[in-house]
Design a protein around this ligand. Structure first.
Ligand code: ZN
Length: 524
Protein backbone atom coordinates (compact mmCIF):
# COMPACT_ATOMS: atom_id res chain seq x y z
CA UNK A 1 0.00 0.00 0.00
CA UNK A 2 1.29 3.40 -0.86
CA UNK A 3 0.27 6.81 0.35
CA UNK A 4 -0.24 9.62 -2.16
CA UNK A 5 -0.64 12.95 -0.46
CA UNK A 6 -3.56 12.58 1.90
CA UNK A 7 -5.15 9.89 -0.21
CA UNK A 8 -4.37 6.29 0.27
CA UNK A 9 -4.67 4.22 -2.83
CA UNK A 10 -5.41 0.61 -2.35
CA UNK A 11 -3.66 -1.61 -4.83
CA UNK A 12 -4.97 -5.06 -4.37
CA UNK A 13 -6.01 -5.17 -7.98
CA UNK A 14 -4.38 -5.84 -11.27
CA UNK A 15 -5.09 -5.30 -14.92
CA UNK A 16 -5.39 -9.05 -15.26
CA UNK A 17 -8.42 -9.10 -13.00
CA UNK A 18 -11.38 -7.41 -14.60
CA UNK A 19 -13.14 -6.73 -11.31
CA UNK A 20 -10.36 -4.95 -9.54
CA UNK A 21 -11.01 -1.85 -7.59
CA UNK A 22 -8.99 1.24 -7.26
CA UNK A 23 -8.83 4.45 -5.33
CA UNK A 24 -10.61 3.36 -2.20
CA UNK A 25 -9.87 5.36 0.81
CA UNK A 26 -8.83 2.77 3.33
CA UNK A 27 -7.52 2.71 6.80
CA UNK A 28 -3.70 2.79 6.78
CA UNK A 29 -3.64 0.18 9.47
CA UNK A 30 -5.40 -2.34 7.33
CA UNK A 31 -3.43 -5.38 6.34
CA UNK A 32 -1.35 -4.56 3.26
CA UNK A 33 -2.94 -5.63 0.01
CA UNK A 34 -1.27 -7.86 -2.46
CA UNK A 35 1.62 -6.03 -4.07
CA UNK A 36 2.60 -6.56 -7.67
CA UNK A 37 3.85 -4.83 -10.75
CA UNK A 38 0.34 -4.37 -12.20
CA UNK A 39 -0.85 -2.56 -9.11
CA UNK A 40 2.06 -0.20 -9.28
CA UNK A 41 1.09 0.34 -12.84
CA UNK A 42 -2.26 1.77 -11.76
CA UNK A 43 -0.62 4.53 -9.77
CA UNK A 44 1.93 5.11 -12.48
CA UNK A 45 -0.88 5.53 -14.98
CA UNK A 46 -2.65 8.03 -12.73
CA UNK A 47 0.57 9.95 -12.18
CA UNK A 48 1.45 9.93 -15.84
CA UNK A 49 -1.96 11.13 -17.01
CA UNK A 50 -2.16 13.84 -14.37
CA UNK A 51 1.25 15.00 -15.54
CA UNK A 52 -0.19 15.46 -18.99
CA UNK A 53 -2.59 18.00 -17.44
CA UNK A 54 -5.60 15.87 -16.70
CA UNK A 55 -8.01 16.11 -13.78
CA UNK A 56 -8.04 13.33 -11.18
CA UNK A 57 -11.36 11.94 -12.38
CA UNK A 58 -10.10 11.54 -15.95
CA UNK A 59 -6.87 9.99 -14.64
CA UNK A 60 -8.69 7.24 -12.79
CA UNK A 61 -10.98 6.66 -15.78
CA UNK A 62 -7.89 5.32 -17.55
CA UNK A 63 -7.46 2.70 -14.84
CA UNK A 64 -10.90 1.36 -15.66
CA UNK A 65 -12.46 2.41 -12.39
CA UNK A 66 -16.21 1.74 -12.84
CA UNK A 67 -17.55 2.55 -9.40
CA UNK A 68 -19.65 5.72 -9.09
CA UNK A 69 -18.43 6.31 -5.52
CA UNK A 70 -14.86 6.61 -6.74
CA UNK A 71 -15.84 9.70 -8.73
CA UNK A 72 -18.41 11.19 -6.40
CA UNK A 73 -16.00 12.50 -3.82
CA UNK A 74 -15.85 16.27 -3.82
CA UNK A 75 -12.12 16.39 -4.54
CA UNK A 76 -8.99 14.38 -4.23
CA UNK A 77 -5.66 15.88 -3.47
CA UNK A 78 -2.96 14.00 -5.23
CA UNK A 79 0.67 14.40 -4.43
CA UNK A 80 1.48 16.35 -7.58
CA UNK A 81 1.42 19.95 -6.45
CA UNK A 82 2.58 21.57 -9.74
CA UNK A 83 -0.33 19.94 -11.59
CA UNK A 84 -2.82 21.38 -9.17
CA UNK A 85 -1.56 24.82 -10.04
CA UNK A 86 -1.71 23.95 -13.71
CA UNK A 87 -5.24 22.67 -13.31
CA UNK A 88 -6.33 25.90 -11.71
CA UNK A 89 -5.15 27.81 -14.76
CA UNK A 90 -6.34 25.51 -17.55
CA UNK A 91 -9.07 22.98 -17.84
CA UNK A 92 -8.32 19.26 -17.92
CA UNK A 93 -6.65 18.25 -21.20
CA UNK A 94 -9.11 15.40 -21.62
CA UNK A 95 -12.57 16.36 -20.36
CA UNK A 96 -12.06 20.11 -20.97
CA UNK A 97 -13.17 20.73 -17.40
CA UNK A 98 -16.44 18.86 -17.62
CA UNK A 99 -15.95 16.65 -14.56
CA UNK A 100 -13.31 18.77 -12.92
CA UNK A 101 -13.65 20.17 -9.42
CA UNK A 102 -12.53 23.64 -10.40
CA UNK A 103 -15.15 23.82 -13.11
CA UNK A 104 -18.06 22.05 -11.44
CA UNK A 105 -19.80 25.09 -10.20
CA UNK A 106 -23.33 25.41 -8.91
CA UNK A 107 -23.96 28.00 -11.61
CA UNK A 108 -23.60 25.41 -14.39
CA UNK A 109 -25.99 23.01 -12.73
CA UNK A 110 -28.38 25.92 -12.13
CA UNK A 111 -28.18 26.99 -15.74
CA UNK A 112 -29.08 23.52 -17.03
CA UNK A 113 -31.78 22.96 -14.42
CA UNK A 114 -33.40 26.33 -15.17
CA UNK A 115 -33.82 25.26 -18.77
CA UNK A 116 -35.34 21.94 -17.74
CA UNK A 117 -37.64 23.57 -15.18
CA UNK A 118 -38.82 26.06 -17.81
CA UNK A 119 -40.24 23.09 -19.72
CA UNK A 120 -42.54 22.65 -16.71
CA UNK A 121 -43.09 18.91 -17.05
CA UNK A 122 -44.72 17.15 -14.12
CA UNK A 123 -43.03 13.79 -14.77
CA UNK A 124 -41.56 12.30 -11.59
CA UNK A 125 -38.61 10.88 -13.51
CA UNK A 126 -36.27 11.92 -16.29
CA UNK A 127 -33.65 10.32 -18.42
CA UNK A 128 -30.63 12.24 -19.51
CA UNK A 129 -28.63 12.19 -22.71
CA UNK A 130 -25.40 14.09 -22.96
CA UNK A 131 -23.67 14.88 -26.20
CA UNK A 132 -19.99 15.65 -25.86
CA UNK A 133 -17.67 17.57 -28.17
CA UNK A 134 -15.84 15.30 -30.60
CA UNK A 135 -12.65 17.09 -29.54
CA UNK A 136 -12.87 15.17 -26.26
CA UNK A 137 -12.79 11.92 -28.21
CA UNK A 138 -9.64 13.00 -30.01
CA UNK A 139 -8.05 14.02 -26.73
CA UNK A 140 -8.92 10.67 -25.14
CA UNK A 141 -7.43 8.91 -28.15
CA UNK A 142 -4.24 10.99 -27.92
CA UNK A 143 -3.84 10.19 -24.22
CA UNK A 144 -4.52 6.51 -24.88
CA UNK A 145 -1.76 6.36 -27.50
CA UNK A 146 0.69 8.16 -25.20
CA UNK A 147 -0.24 5.80 -22.40
CA UNK A 148 0.19 2.64 -24.44
CA UNK A 149 3.55 3.91 -25.66
CA UNK A 150 4.65 4.65 -22.14
CA UNK A 151 3.29 1.37 -20.78
CA UNK A 152 3.55 -1.18 -23.60
CA UNK A 153 2.18 -3.77 -21.16
CA UNK A 154 -1.23 -2.28 -21.75
CA UNK A 155 -1.08 -3.13 -25.42
CA UNK A 156 0.31 -6.57 -24.79
CA UNK A 157 -2.97 -7.29 -23.03
CA UNK A 158 -4.79 -6.39 -26.26
CA UNK A 159 -6.61 -3.59 -24.58
CA UNK A 160 -8.46 -1.01 -26.65
CA UNK A 161 -9.52 2.51 -25.84
CA UNK A 162 -13.00 1.36 -24.87
CA UNK A 163 -11.28 -0.06 -21.79
CA UNK A 164 -11.35 3.50 -20.44
CA UNK A 165 -14.42 4.32 -18.33
CA UNK A 166 -16.57 6.61 -20.46
CA UNK A 167 -16.71 10.29 -19.64
CA UNK A 168 -20.50 10.24 -20.05
CA UNK A 169 -20.77 7.66 -17.29
CA UNK A 170 -18.51 9.66 -15.02
CA UNK A 171 -20.45 12.84 -15.82
CA UNK A 172 -23.61 11.04 -14.70
CA UNK A 173 -21.93 9.68 -11.56
CA UNK A 174 -20.98 13.20 -10.59
CA UNK A 175 -24.08 15.13 -11.66
CA UNK A 176 -26.99 12.80 -11.02
CA UNK A 177 -27.42 13.73 -7.39
CA UNK A 178 -27.33 17.53 -7.73
CA UNK A 179 -29.60 17.35 -10.79
CA UNK A 180 -32.11 15.09 -9.06
CA UNK A 181 -32.19 17.45 -6.10
CA UNK A 182 -32.64 20.61 -8.15
CA UNK A 183 -35.20 19.10 -10.53
CA UNK A 184 -37.00 17.16 -7.82
CA UNK A 185 -37.13 14.22 -10.22
CA UNK A 186 -35.53 10.82 -10.21
CA UNK A 187 -33.06 9.92 -12.95
CA UNK A 188 -34.11 6.74 -14.72
CA UNK A 189 -31.19 5.02 -16.36
CA UNK A 190 -33.24 2.93 -18.76
CA UNK A 191 -35.91 5.17 -20.20
CA UNK A 192 -38.13 7.74 -18.62
CA UNK A 193 -40.89 9.17 -20.82
CA UNK A 194 -39.32 12.58 -20.04
CA UNK A 195 -36.02 13.05 -21.80
CA UNK A 196 -33.49 15.77 -21.19
CA UNK A 197 -30.82 16.21 -23.82
CA UNK A 198 -27.83 18.23 -22.72
CA UNK A 199 -25.31 19.40 -25.29
CA UNK A 200 -21.81 20.20 -24.18
CA UNK A 201 -20.14 22.68 -26.50
CA UNK A 202 -16.52 23.63 -26.98
CA UNK A 203 -15.31 26.78 -28.69
CA UNK A 204 -12.34 25.13 -30.41
CA UNK A 205 -14.29 22.08 -31.57
CA UNK A 206 -14.00 22.73 -35.31
CA UNK A 207 -10.34 23.78 -35.15
CA UNK A 208 -9.33 20.69 -33.15
CA UNK A 209 -11.41 18.31 -35.22
CA UNK A 210 -9.60 19.54 -38.31
CA UNK A 211 -7.14 16.72 -37.63
CA UNK A 212 -9.85 14.26 -38.63
CA UNK A 213 -10.08 15.87 -42.06
CA UNK A 214 -6.28 15.71 -42.41
CA UNK A 215 -6.32 12.02 -41.48
CA UNK A 216 -9.16 11.10 -43.81
CA UNK A 217 -9.91 13.89 -46.34
CA UNK A 218 -12.06 11.63 -48.52
CA UNK A 219 -14.53 10.86 -45.78
CA UNK A 220 -15.07 14.48 -44.88
CA UNK A 221 -15.18 15.76 -48.43
CA UNK A 222 -18.18 13.51 -48.82
CA UNK A 223 -19.67 14.70 -45.56
CA UNK A 224 -19.11 18.38 -46.41
CA UNK A 225 -21.18 17.85 -49.53
CA UNK A 226 -23.95 16.31 -47.48
CA UNK A 227 -24.06 18.75 -44.56
CA UNK A 228 -27.72 19.43 -45.19
CA UNK A 229 -28.47 15.78 -44.61
CA UNK A 230 -26.29 15.53 -41.52
CA UNK A 231 -28.20 17.58 -39.02
CA UNK A 232 -25.46 17.20 -36.42
CA UNK A 233 -22.80 18.77 -38.58
CA UNK A 234 -19.65 17.42 -40.04
CA UNK A 235 -17.86 16.02 -37.02
CA UNK A 236 -20.15 13.46 -35.48
CA UNK A 237 -18.95 10.87 -33.01
CA UNK A 238 -19.68 8.14 -35.54
CA UNK A 239 -17.61 9.83 -38.24
CA UNK A 240 -14.74 10.33 -35.78
CA UNK A 241 -15.01 6.75 -34.59
CA UNK A 242 -14.78 5.36 -38.09
CA UNK A 243 -11.70 7.50 -38.81
CA UNK A 244 -9.98 6.61 -35.54
CA UNK A 245 -10.71 2.90 -35.47
CA UNK A 246 -7.78 0.88 -36.67
CA UNK A 247 -5.52 3.95 -36.84
CA UNK A 248 -1.98 3.42 -35.53
CA UNK A 249 -0.43 5.70 -32.92
CA UNK A 250 2.13 6.81 -35.50
CA UNK A 251 -0.48 7.80 -38.08
CA UNK A 252 -2.59 9.56 -35.48
CA UNK A 253 0.30 11.51 -34.01
CA UNK A 254 1.36 12.72 -37.47
CA UNK A 255 -1.78 14.87 -37.47
CA UNK A 256 -2.67 15.41 -33.83
CA UNK A 257 -0.73 16.63 -30.83
CA UNK A 258 -2.31 16.90 -27.40
CA UNK A 259 -2.32 20.53 -26.31
CA UNK A 260 -3.50 22.34 -23.20
CA UNK A 261 -6.95 23.73 -24.09
CA UNK A 262 -7.36 27.49 -24.11
CA UNK A 263 -10.86 27.30 -22.66
CA UNK A 264 -13.17 24.80 -21.06
CA UNK A 265 -16.26 23.17 -22.50
CA UNK A 266 -19.62 24.75 -21.61
CA UNK A 267 -23.27 23.80 -21.52
CA UNK A 268 -25.24 24.52 -24.68
CA UNK A 269 -28.99 24.51 -25.13
CA UNK A 270 -30.94 21.89 -23.20
CA UNK A 271 -33.67 20.10 -25.10
CA UNK A 272 -36.56 18.51 -23.26
CA UNK A 273 -39.23 16.25 -24.63
CA UNK A 274 -41.90 13.97 -23.27
CA UNK A 275 -43.32 10.90 -24.99
CA UNK A 276 -46.73 11.43 -26.54
CA UNK A 277 -49.91 10.77 -24.62
CA UNK A 278 -52.71 9.06 -26.55
CA UNK A 279 -56.35 9.77 -25.81
CA UNK A 280 -59.07 7.74 -27.49
CA UNK A 281 -62.87 7.87 -27.61
CA UNK A 282 -65.85 7.77 -29.95
CA UNK A 283 -67.53 10.79 -31.50
CA UNK A 284 -70.99 11.39 -32.87
CA UNK A 285 -71.32 14.10 -35.49
CA UNK A 286 -74.66 15.89 -35.86
CA UNK A 287 -73.70 18.62 -38.31
CA UNK A 288 -73.76 18.34 -42.12
CA UNK A 289 -71.30 21.23 -42.37
CA UNK A 290 -68.35 19.94 -40.38
CA UNK A 291 -65.06 18.38 -41.49
CA UNK A 292 -63.29 15.80 -39.44
CA UNK A 293 -59.90 17.59 -39.53
CA UNK A 294 -59.06 21.20 -40.47
CA UNK A 295 -59.74 21.62 -44.18
CA UNK A 296 -56.86 23.59 -45.58
CA UNK A 297 -56.72 24.94 -49.11
CA UNK A 298 -53.35 26.51 -49.88
CA UNK A 299 -52.72 26.91 -46.16
CA UNK A 300 -56.06 28.73 -45.62
CA UNK A 301 -58.72 27.20 -43.43
CA UNK A 302 -61.76 26.45 -45.59
CA UNK A 303 -64.21 25.92 -42.75
CA UNK A 304 -64.50 27.58 -39.34
CA UNK A 305 -63.84 24.50 -37.32
CA UNK A 306 -63.59 20.71 -37.42
CA UNK A 307 -64.21 17.73 -35.17
CA UNK A 308 -60.50 17.66 -34.37
CA UNK A 309 -60.51 21.31 -33.31
CA UNK A 310 -63.73 21.03 -31.30
CA UNK A 311 -62.13 18.24 -29.26
CA UNK A 312 -58.50 19.33 -29.18
CA UNK A 313 -59.06 22.93 -28.17
CA UNK A 314 -59.99 21.53 -24.75
CA UNK A 315 -57.33 18.80 -24.59
CA UNK A 316 -54.38 20.98 -25.65
CA UNK A 317 -54.48 23.44 -22.73
CA UNK A 318 -55.12 20.64 -20.24
CA UNK A 319 -52.14 18.59 -21.36
CA UNK A 320 -50.10 21.71 -22.13
CA UNK A 321 -49.24 20.59 -25.61
CA UNK A 322 -48.77 22.57 -28.81
CA UNK A 323 -49.36 19.90 -31.38
CA UNK A 324 -51.68 16.95 -31.91
CA UNK A 325 -52.30 14.20 -34.43
CA UNK A 326 -55.85 13.05 -35.02
CA UNK A 327 -56.69 9.60 -36.33
CA UNK A 328 -59.90 7.62 -36.58
CA UNK A 329 -61.48 4.47 -37.88
CA UNK A 330 -62.29 5.90 -41.31
CA UNK A 331 -63.87 9.29 -41.86
CA UNK A 332 -67.19 10.62 -43.05
CA UNK A 333 -67.79 13.33 -45.64
CA UNK A 334 -68.47 16.88 -44.47
CA UNK A 335 -72.21 16.49 -45.13
CA UNK A 336 -72.56 13.08 -43.50
CA UNK A 337 -73.65 12.67 -39.89
CA UNK A 338 -72.28 9.93 -37.63
CA UNK A 339 -74.84 8.66 -35.15
CA UNK A 340 -75.32 5.52 -33.06
CA UNK A 341 -72.39 4.90 -30.69
CA UNK A 342 -70.18 7.08 -32.87
CA UNK A 343 -66.85 6.62 -34.59
CA UNK A 344 -63.69 5.51 -32.72
CA UNK A 345 -60.90 8.08 -32.78
CA UNK A 346 -57.55 8.71 -31.13
CA UNK A 347 -55.54 11.85 -30.54
CA UNK A 348 -51.79 11.87 -30.09
CA UNK A 349 -50.77 14.74 -27.83
CA UNK A 350 -47.21 15.50 -28.79
CA UNK A 351 -44.70 16.65 -26.16
CA UNK A 352 -47.20 17.13 -23.33
CA UNK A 353 -46.03 18.99 -20.22
CA UNK A 354 -48.83 17.69 -18.06
CA UNK A 355 -48.47 13.92 -17.83
CA UNK A 356 -50.10 12.98 -14.55
CA UNK A 357 -53.90 12.84 -14.68
CA UNK A 358 -56.85 10.70 -13.67
CA UNK A 359 -59.76 9.19 -15.60
CA UNK A 360 -62.04 11.55 -13.66
CA UNK A 361 -60.21 14.51 -15.14
CA UNK A 362 -60.57 13.01 -18.63
CA UNK A 363 -64.29 12.51 -18.04
CA UNK A 364 -64.54 16.14 -16.95
CA UNK A 365 -62.81 17.17 -20.17
CA UNK A 366 -65.33 15.07 -22.09
CA UNK A 367 -68.14 16.99 -20.37
CA UNK A 368 -66.53 20.30 -21.22
CA UNK A 369 -66.23 19.26 -24.88
CA UNK A 370 -69.83 18.07 -25.00
CA UNK A 371 -71.18 21.20 -23.33
CA UNK A 372 -69.27 23.47 -25.70
CA UNK A 373 -70.98 22.43 -28.96
CA UNK A 374 -74.09 21.00 -30.56
CA UNK A 375 -72.16 19.74 -33.58
CA UNK A 376 -70.54 16.73 -31.91
CA UNK A 377 -70.70 14.59 -28.79
CA UNK A 378 -67.82 12.53 -27.43
CA UNK A 379 -68.01 9.38 -25.32
CA UNK A 380 -65.66 6.82 -23.75
CA UNK A 381 -62.81 9.35 -23.66
CA UNK A 382 -59.76 7.69 -22.07
CA UNK A 383 -55.99 7.35 -22.17
CA UNK A 384 -54.72 4.43 -24.26
CA UNK A 385 -51.24 3.09 -24.95
CA UNK A 386 -49.48 3.49 -28.25
CA UNK A 387 -49.75 -0.28 -28.75
CA UNK A 388 -53.54 -0.19 -28.36
CA UNK A 389 -53.78 2.26 -31.26
CA UNK A 390 -53.06 -0.45 -33.77
CA UNK A 391 -56.65 -1.66 -33.24
CA UNK A 392 -57.83 1.52 -34.92
CA UNK A 393 -56.06 0.80 -38.19
CA UNK A 394 -55.96 -2.98 -38.03
CA UNK A 395 -58.25 -4.73 -40.45
CA UNK A 396 -59.85 -1.43 -41.42
CA UNK A 397 -61.02 -3.05 -44.67
CA UNK A 398 -62.73 -5.91 -42.84
CA UNK A 399 -64.79 -3.76 -40.49
CA UNK A 400 -68.43 -3.32 -41.34
CA UNK A 401 -70.32 -0.05 -41.26
CA UNK A 402 -74.03 0.58 -41.17
CA UNK A 403 -75.42 3.53 -43.15
CA UNK A 404 -78.80 5.15 -43.61
CA UNK A 405 -79.30 6.98 -46.88
CA UNK A 406 -82.21 9.19 -47.89
CA UNK A 407 -82.66 8.52 -51.63
CA UNK A 408 -84.88 9.97 -54.32
CA UNK A 409 -85.83 8.79 -57.80
CA UNK A 410 -84.91 11.40 -60.39
CA UNK A 411 -87.82 10.61 -62.75
CA UNK A 412 -90.40 11.27 -60.01
CA UNK A 413 -91.56 7.66 -59.98
CA UNK A 414 -92.05 5.77 -56.73
CA UNK A 415 -90.48 2.30 -56.47
CA UNK A 416 -93.04 -0.48 -56.23
CA UNK A 417 -93.29 -3.05 -53.42
CA UNK A 418 -91.73 -5.59 -55.84
CA UNK A 419 -88.81 -3.26 -56.53
CA UNK A 420 -88.19 -2.89 -52.80
CA UNK A 421 -88.57 -6.63 -52.13
CA UNK A 422 -85.95 -7.27 -54.82
CA UNK A 423 -83.53 -4.81 -53.16
CA UNK A 424 -84.20 -6.19 -49.68
CA UNK A 425 -83.46 -9.74 -50.82
CA UNK A 426 -79.91 -8.84 -51.96
CA UNK A 427 -77.07 -10.01 -49.71
CA UNK A 428 -73.29 -10.09 -50.13
CA UNK A 429 -73.40 -8.01 -53.29
CA UNK A 430 -69.88 -7.32 -54.58
CA UNK A 431 -69.51 -3.88 -56.17
CA UNK A 432 -66.64 -2.87 -58.42
CA UNK A 433 -65.91 0.75 -57.50
CA UNK A 434 -63.69 2.83 -59.72
CA UNK A 435 -62.19 5.72 -57.69
CA UNK A 436 -65.07 8.27 -57.48
CA UNK A 437 -64.73 11.39 -59.59
CA UNK A 438 -65.05 13.61 -56.50
CA UNK A 439 -61.94 12.11 -54.83
CA UNK A 440 -59.92 11.43 -57.97
CA UNK A 441 -57.73 14.49 -57.26
CA UNK A 442 -56.38 12.91 -54.04
CA UNK A 443 -56.76 9.15 -54.51
CA UNK A 444 -55.07 6.98 -57.14
CA UNK A 445 -57.25 5.64 -59.92
CA UNK A 446 -58.14 2.03 -59.16
CA UNK A 447 -61.05 -0.37 -59.23
CA UNK A 448 -61.80 -1.67 -55.75
CA UNK A 449 -64.19 -4.53 -54.97
CA UNK A 450 -66.43 -3.71 -52.00
CA UNK A 451 -69.18 -5.81 -50.47
CA UNK A 452 -72.67 -4.70 -49.54
CA UNK A 453 -73.64 -7.29 -46.93
CA UNK A 454 -77.34 -6.40 -46.79
CA UNK A 455 -79.83 -3.64 -47.68
CA UNK A 456 -83.32 -2.63 -46.62
CA UNK A 457 -85.33 0.03 -48.43
CA UNK A 458 -88.40 1.68 -46.86
CA UNK A 459 -90.68 4.13 -48.68
CA UNK A 460 -91.44 7.49 -47.09
CA UNK A 461 -95.19 7.89 -47.34
CA UNK A 462 -95.19 11.66 -46.96
CA UNK A 463 -92.48 12.30 -49.62
CA UNK A 464 -93.23 10.83 -53.03
CA UNK A 465 -90.24 9.30 -54.79
CA UNK A 466 -88.21 9.30 -51.55
CA UNK A 467 -87.12 6.21 -49.67
CA UNK A 468 -84.73 5.30 -46.88
CA UNK A 469 -82.04 2.74 -47.68
CA UNK A 470 -80.28 1.06 -44.77
CA UNK A 471 -77.04 -0.67 -45.76
CA UNK A 472 -74.52 -2.83 -44.00
CA UNK A 473 -71.27 -2.67 -45.96
CA UNK A 474 -67.62 -3.40 -45.87
CA UNK A 475 -65.55 -0.42 -44.64
CA UNK A 476 -64.38 1.76 -47.49
CA UNK A 477 -67.50 1.39 -49.64
CA UNK A 478 -68.46 4.64 -51.35
CA UNK A 479 -72.21 4.80 -50.55
CA UNK A 480 -73.06 7.93 -52.52
CA UNK A 481 -71.53 6.39 -55.64
CA UNK A 482 -73.35 3.10 -55.06
CA UNK A 483 -76.65 5.05 -55.01
CA UNK A 484 -76.18 7.33 -58.06
CA UNK A 485 -73.71 5.13 -59.94
CA UNK A 486 -71.05 7.84 -60.53
CA UNK A 487 -71.48 7.61 -64.34
CA UNK A 488 -71.36 3.84 -64.07
CA UNK A 489 -67.97 3.92 -62.35
CA UNK A 490 -69.64 1.83 -59.61
CA UNK A 491 -71.26 -1.35 -60.90
CA UNK A 492 -73.74 -2.60 -60.08
CA UNK A 493 -75.41 0.47 -58.53
CA UNK A 494 -78.84 1.30 -57.17
CA UNK A 495 -79.97 2.89 -60.47
CA UNK A 496 -79.28 -0.40 -62.27
CA UNK A 497 -80.89 -2.50 -59.50
CA UNK A 498 -84.06 -0.36 -59.45
CA UNK A 499 -84.16 0.27 -63.19
CA UNK A 500 -84.48 4.07 -62.81
CA UNK A 501 -82.19 7.05 -62.04
CA UNK A 502 -81.71 7.57 -58.29
CA UNK A 503 -79.80 10.17 -56.28
CA UNK A 504 -78.86 10.52 -52.64
CA UNK A 505 -80.23 13.40 -50.58
CA UNK A 506 -78.59 12.75 -47.21
CA UNK A 507 -76.41 10.12 -45.58
CA UNK A 508 -75.83 9.06 -41.97
CA UNK A 509 -73.37 6.59 -40.52
CA UNK A 510 -75.41 4.56 -38.03
CA UNK A 511 -72.69 2.29 -36.71
CA UNK A 512 -68.96 1.75 -37.03
CA UNK A 513 -68.67 -1.82 -35.89
CA UNK A 514 -65.37 -1.57 -34.09
CA UNK A 515 -65.62 -2.24 -30.37
CA UNK A 516 -62.85 0.15 -29.35
CA UNK A 517 -61.93 1.87 -27.14
CA UNK A 518 -63.66 0.02 -24.28
CA UNK A 519 -66.84 1.64 -23.02
CA UNK A 520 -66.44 3.77 -19.90
CA UNK A 521 -69.14 3.69 -17.29
CA UNK A 522 -69.52 7.11 -15.78
CA UNK A 523 -70.37 7.06 -12.08
CA UNK A 524 -73.03 9.58 -11.17
ZN1 ZN B 1 -10.90 15.56 -16.88
Amino acid sequence: MRVSGRIIIERNLSFLTPLWQLCHEVNVNMAPAEEGPSENLNQEIIDYIQNLGSCWRCAIRFTRERKPEAYQRKSVEFKLEPEEKLLKASPCVICLGLVQDHFIKEVFIDEVCQQVLKFDCDSATFSCMVSLPVAIMLREQAVWFLLTEKFPDLLSKNLKIDYVTSLKDVWKFVFTEPFEKKLNKQLEHSSSPFQVHISILYKDEIAECGALVDICPEKFKHRYNRTRVYREGIFTRNAAQSVLSGLSAKDFQKYYTLKVPSCSAHYGPVQCSHNSIHIAGRYQKFSRKLCQTPWLIEGEKHMDTSIQELICKHLEPFFKTQSVKFSSSGREDVDVRTLGRGRPFAIELIDPHRTIFTQDQITQLQNVINNSTDAIQVRDLQAVTKEQLSVLKEGEEEKTKIYRALCVTLDGSTPTEEDLAKINAITELVLMQKTPLRVLHRRPLAVRPRTVHEMKATLLDDRPGHFILRLKTQAGTYIKEFVHGDFNRTVPNLCVLLGRPVDIVALDVDAVELDWPPAITIQT
